[in-house]
Design a protein around this ligand. Sequence first.
Ligand code: G3H
Ligand code: 13P
Ligand code: ZN
Length: 350
Amino acid sequence: MPLVPVKQLLDEAAKKNYGVGAFNVNNMEQIQAIMQACKETLSPVIIQASRGALKYSNLIYLKKLMEAAVIENPEIPVAMHLDHGNSLETCKQAIELGFTSVMIDASLTADGKTVASYEYNVETTKSVVDYAHKFGVSVEAELGALGGIEDGHGAGLAADDTTHLTDPDQAADFVKKTGCDSLAVAIGTSHGAYKTMRYDAAGNALPPELALERIELIEKNLAAAGFPNYPLVMHGSSSVPQELIAMVNKYGGKMKAAMGIPMSDIQYGIARGVRKINVDTDSRLAMTAAIRKVFVETPEKFDPRDYLAPARTAQYELILGKVKDFGQAGHAKDFAPMSLEDMKAVYAGK
Ligand code: G3H
Ligand code: 13P
Ligand code: ZN
C-alpha cells in the first residue's frame, strides 16, 4: 500500500465518526512502535514529523524509515504529514521528500513565535494549498493560536489568554478563502507536558480548561457555509498520564506537576468533528520513563538495545490505548487507499 493522503483518512473518519491519531516521530523505534500497534488493531494512522524532527534525522532518514514502515505493513493505510510547517518553502521541501500531507501553521509568522494577522494566515495558507494540491498533497491550516511554548515553537501565550482561541465566525471564511483540507483549532490546548496549569483550593493540579463548545460552533458554522463534516484538528492532545510522570520521577527524573487533556475531552471533540488528534509528549514520556527504569535498575548495561527496546515497547503500549480510545482501531480495511495521483484528479475536479 502506498502512503495515503491525510484528506482520505479524515474523510473516512468523518463518515464513521471516529478520530485518527497523528503521532510525532523522530526515530526508528517510534515508527516501529506506532506501526506495531496499528497493525495489531488494524488502525489507519498519521505519522508526522516536525521541522525539528526533520532536522534531527537529516530529512532522508525519516523518509526512508517511513517507506520501511509501509513496506512492512501493506495492510495499514499510513499518511506521512509535516507538522507545523512555517512557510511555503518548508512545505515544498516536505512535498519533494514524499510527504502526503503538510501543515502550514501561518497562525504564527515564519519565526514560529509571533502571532500573525488573519490576512497573513489566509494568504500564506492559500499559497501552500495552491502548490500542494497540484501534487495531490493534503493541507492542514491553523486558525487561532495555541497557548504555551515548546522547543521554540509557539507564541508563549499566557494560560488565561483566550484572545487567540479560534473565532467560530472566522472559520468558514478562512476555509472558503484558502481551500485547506482540515483546520487546527485553538480551544485552550497547548504543546508539551506543562500545559495551562490550574489548581484546586487544596493545590492539586487540574487539567486545562478547554473551550470545547467552540468545536461544535465551528463545525456548525462550517456546515452552514457548505462544508459539512469538515475535519477539525486538535493539537496539544497529550493526556500526560500521571503514572508516567511518577515513573520518570521515581527513576531519577525531576518533572514538575503536569496535567494533560483528559481522554473524555478528546472524545467529546471527536463526537463533534475533531478527526485528527496530535500526540507527541505522551510518547516522549513513555519512552523516557522506560529508559530511566533500565538505567536505574541495571546500571551495568550499556547496549543501546537494552533501553531502546523497552522504550519502544512502552510507546507501543501507549499507542495501542490511544488508537482504541480515538476509535480508529478496526478501520484499516474499510476503504481502498488513494494515491496522490488519485487525489490530484479529485482536486482538479476530474
Ligand atoms: O508541535 C510540537 C510537537 O510536539 C513537535 O515538537 O518541534 O520538539 O519536534 P518538536
Ligand atoms: P502534545 O505536546 O500535547 O503531545 O501535542 C503535540 C502536537 O500538537 C504536535 O503538533
Ligand atoms: Zn501542534
